[in-house]
Design a protein around this ligand. Structure first.
Ligand SMILES: Cc1ncc(COP(=O)(O)O)c(C=O)c1O
Length: 414
């Protein structure tokens, strides 16, 4: 499989972390992606231009800083299935979620509720609870939590759609993780958006675990807004620049409430320093501060790899690679004497990205620690989940096989 892998060469575009001089098997690209080798040159270029031009770098730099966010647009638009105007690289994920909710969670009268998954990432929970309180509501009343059925780990689309229907008169906004950070479940974003709109709600997604992982068609699905980070599958470095999507239909609505800043003002008049905010059309109108050029330089280096490999090829390999990991885990697992690792991620490839989440019937943390010591980097999420993400850009089929072999050895050595 590795010999026939059309995108296998991209593995060499990254620095692979090592342990005692040996490259580790890095299955944690879902948490922090790897450093693209080209990133150093891209950052160096900005150092050189800063050194040479000082403030003039805004317009004189090889990649003028004034326009820097535009250099990420085409690649981001292709990755999320959007028009260029609908995306912008900016800020950080939780802050962007807040800014988007300012515009897209507008509770009023009987329509004041917001729907999310019960086990969403804590930052999303805190953000949404605080937004609800900010508007003067009680989170216990205003937040509708989607919970898996008893004895199940993932959400059924039919249950999500039914909950939307039941709450159709009170629902203001739906905000769901496109891929669950915990279970790796890929949501049916198209169906949720359609049902949400039918109910009269605004629909957005947190794509932290979806972007660069699964195919997205945000424009065609009519998603209203979305946000993401770039340090996971997009390999743009710890705390790297995040990004947002705002659907074209909200592009030309200067009246839409937002927390504004000068970088969201129309480019032509931004430096006139005049009173009165005139937002740039599109997602760019949600920017606040001038573009963080250094993290964006890293972002560009990684986005170019996505443009070269293409989401279709990445997804095709990803389905095979994750399917292979599932096979390896199940096949080896059958023989574990004392503990089992149960995969809680959906079996259907259409309902997952590359991550598999496993629950150990016992000693989960110990298994995780042993894997790390043996050079297989997975990650641990309290209280009992081991997550493994074979990432198509840099993981190989052989690594997946070796993961199973290491695990088997460790489990039997007990
Ligand atoms: C789904 C989700 N939301 C929010 C966050 C928090 O992101 P940040 O610290 O970049 O705001 C993360 C981080 O992993 C995440 O996975």
């Amino acid at each position: 499989m590795d010999a026939n892998d059309a995108i296998g060469k991209y593995r060499h575009a990254f620095h692979l972390p090592a342990q005692q001089g040996k490259p580790v098997i890095y299955l944690t690209g879902n948490s922090l992606g790897l450093l693209p080798k080209k990133a150093r040159d891209y950052v160096e270029q900005e150092f050189l231009d800063w050194q040479q031009y000082g403030v003039e770098g805004h317009f004189e730099a090889k990649n003028p800083w004034f326009y820097y966010h535009h250099f990420c647009e085409s690649a981001l638009a292709a990755i999320v299935g959007a028009q260029k105007q609908e995306v912008v690289a900016m800020g950080s994920l939780t802050a962007n979620l807040h800014f988007l909710l300012v515009s897209f969670y507008r509770p009023a009268g009987a329509r004041y509720k917001i729907m999310m998954e019960a086990n969403s990432f804590p930052s999303d929970q805190y953000a949404i609870e605080s937004q609800v309180r900010y508007h003067g509501y009680d989170p216990d009343d205003a937040i509708i939590e989607l919970k898996p059925r008893a004895g199940e780990y993932t959400l059924r689309t039919e249950d999500i759609l039914a909950t939307i229907e039941v709450n159709k008169d009170s629902l203001a906004t739906i905000i769901i993780g496109g891929v669950s950070y915990l279970t790796g479940q890929l949501m049916d974003m198209k169906a949720i958006t359609l049902a949400g709109h039918h109910a009269g709600a605004v629909v957005g997604f947190d794509l932290a675990h979806a972007i660069g992982n699964v195919p997205l068609q945000l424009h065609d699905w009519q998603v209203d807004f979305a946000c993401w980070c770039s340090y996971k599958y997009l390999n743009s470095g710890p705390g790297g620049v995040a990004g947002i999507f705002v659907h074209e239909q909200h592009s030309h609505k200067p009246e839409l409430p937002r927390f504004a800043g000068w970088w969201g003002n129309a480019e032509e008049t931004r430096f006139r320093m005049e009173k009165g905010f005139h937002p740039q059309p599109g997602a760019a109108g949600w920017q606040l501060s001038n573009a963080p050029v250094f993290p964006m330089a890293i972002h560009r280096a990684s986005l170019e790899l996505f443009e070269a490999a293409g989401m279709n090829q990445l997804r095709a390999k990803s389905e095979l690679l994750t399917g292979f990991l599932e096979f390896v885990l199940r096949d080896f697992n059958l023989h574990f004497p004392d503990h089992a690792l149960n995969i809680i991620t959906p079996e259907d490839p259409a309902m997952r990205g590359c991550q598999l989440s496993l629950i150990a019937t016992s000693n989960g943390k110990e298994i995780f620690n042993k894997l790390t010591k043996a050079g297989v980097f997975t990650d641990w999420r309290e209280p009992n989940v081991i997550r493994m993400a074979p990432v198509p850009l840099h993981n190989s089929f052989e690594e997946v096989w070796r993961t199973g072999a290491v695990l088997n050895e460790l489990m039997h050595a007990d």
